[in-house]
Design a protein around this ligand. Structure first.
Ligand SMILES: CC(C)=CCNc1ncnc2c1ncn2[C@@H]1O[C@H](COP(=O)(O)O)[C@@H](O)[C@H]1O
Ligand SMILES: [Zn+2]
Length: 354
């Protein structure tokens, strides 16, 4: 029965060999079945089972249930050693899936019991990233420091200061800030000063926006920043209770969207794959990047997400190639790295289309 929780199918070879860019991946949501097994073995006293950390194919959960899953994973990942292992495994898994550039995001967490501090948390993730690079893993990784909206104004400001420090001291590994957490908790207006400060000091902003209905006012406010990328944006367009004004603001500022099909279907914010808002934005020619969100929790990987987008919306291999290539321009990587990535895509093309 244990086998049931592993990835239930594998994407077609074209999608696995396709070079890919992953821009929306929460570290603790990306922990694979194999890594969870190692963590459970380390902490048998917690009595945690696999079905508490992953949502299998065909299953759906309410938002609330999904966020409880993260609490369980956080119990399993609460020491420097755990974070180091998790980060290394996640980076290696994305690389094995053909991801050539990854922006990983995570919420710095303090754990009094184990002596973990927020600063050590971030340092440990970055050490794991550097070790992967040293090992020759074929992937470039950058980090976004995450603000959990639940924690309010002061924590948000502290987090920005921490991110600022790291941006200045890690020669380019920390590139920006993420705003995430349960979208039904807290309000963006309390976080605005912290986000303004982040933007002014040169941190890029990737914000979860309109992930649930009736956040019009908050979204309108946060779009004034404007953010550099939007996570989900599920309820921006008028057909689903958003507004043309919101859509116009996103289009006018040319803000790329990070779209996570399986996450939204399993988390029940979209009714089915064919009704995913990818269709709306892709048809408009708006920069749309396919991402996983939480590949561990949602039992998926980026190859599968590309394949799902292609089969659901009738994309040709050529369309899919363009989609993955255009994601390079949506990264927070410096121009030189973007150019290198574009060259890699050119070099890899014959192998993918052989
Ligand atoms: C419920 C559902 C459909 C989840 C997917 N959508 C999400 N929306 C907002 N924040 C998220 C989502 N997935 C992960 N996160 C954030 O990422 C955290 C886990 O990764 P980390 O500890 O930051 O390394 C969660 O606690 C939460 O703050
Ligand atoms: Zn997310």
């Amino acid at each position: 029965s244990v086998r049931l929780f592993k990835m239930e199918k594998q994407a077609d070879i074209f999608y696995r060999e396709l070079p890919k860019v992953e821009l929306h991946a929460h570290l603790n949501g990306s922990v694979s079945f194999q890594t969870i097994e190692k963590l459970i073995a380390r902490k048998p006293h917690l009595n945690i089972e696999h079905n508490m950390t992953a949502i299998r194919n065909g299953q759906r959960r309410t938002m609330d249930e999904c966020f409880r899953v993260f609490k369980v994973i956080h119990q399993l990942v609460d020491t420097e050693e755990d974070i180091f292992m998790v980060a290394k495994d996640v980076v290696n898994e994305f690389a094995a899936d053909g991801v050539k550039y990854l922006e990983l995001r995570s919420t710095p967490r303090e754990e009094i019991k184990t002596g973990l501090t927020k600063r050590r948390y971030v340092e440990t993730v970055l050490e794991a990233v550097k070790q992967c690079k040293g090992d020759g893993v074929d992937i470039d990784v950058r980090f976004l420091v995450a603000i959990d909206r639940r924690n309010g104004t002061e924590v948000a400001m502290e987090t920005v200061k921490l991110a600022e420090d790291f941006m200045l001291s890690t020669d380019g590994l920390v590139v920006g800030l993420d705003l995430s957490g349960d979208p039904t908790v807290g309000h963006g207006r309390d976080l605005l000063p912290a986000l303004v400060r982040a933007k002014n000091c040169g941190l890029k902003l990737a914000l979860h926006l309109s992930e649930v209905p009736s956040q019009l006012e908050e979204t309108e406010l946060l779009l004034t920043l404007p953010p550099d990328r939007i996570g989900h944006g599920t309820f921006l367009h008028p057909d689903v209770g958003g507004s043309q004004t919101l859509v116009d603001a996103v289009v006018k500022n040319n803000i790329p969207l990070e779209l996570c099909l399986t996450s939204n279907v399993k988390g029940q914010t979209v009714p089915c794959y064919s009704e995913h808002h990818f269709k709306f934005w892709y048809q408009m020619g708006h920069p749309s990047v396919i991402c996983t969100d939480d590949k561990g929790v949602f039992s998926t990987d980026l190859s599968q997400e590309y394949e799902l987008a292609a089969t659901t919306f009738g994309l040709s291999h050529e369309d899919v190639w363009k989609l993955s290539q255009q994601a390079i321009d949506c990264t927070f990587a410096p121009e030189t790295l973007k150019q290198q990535l574009k060259q890699r895509w050119i070099d890899l093309r014959p192998r993918v289309f052989r």
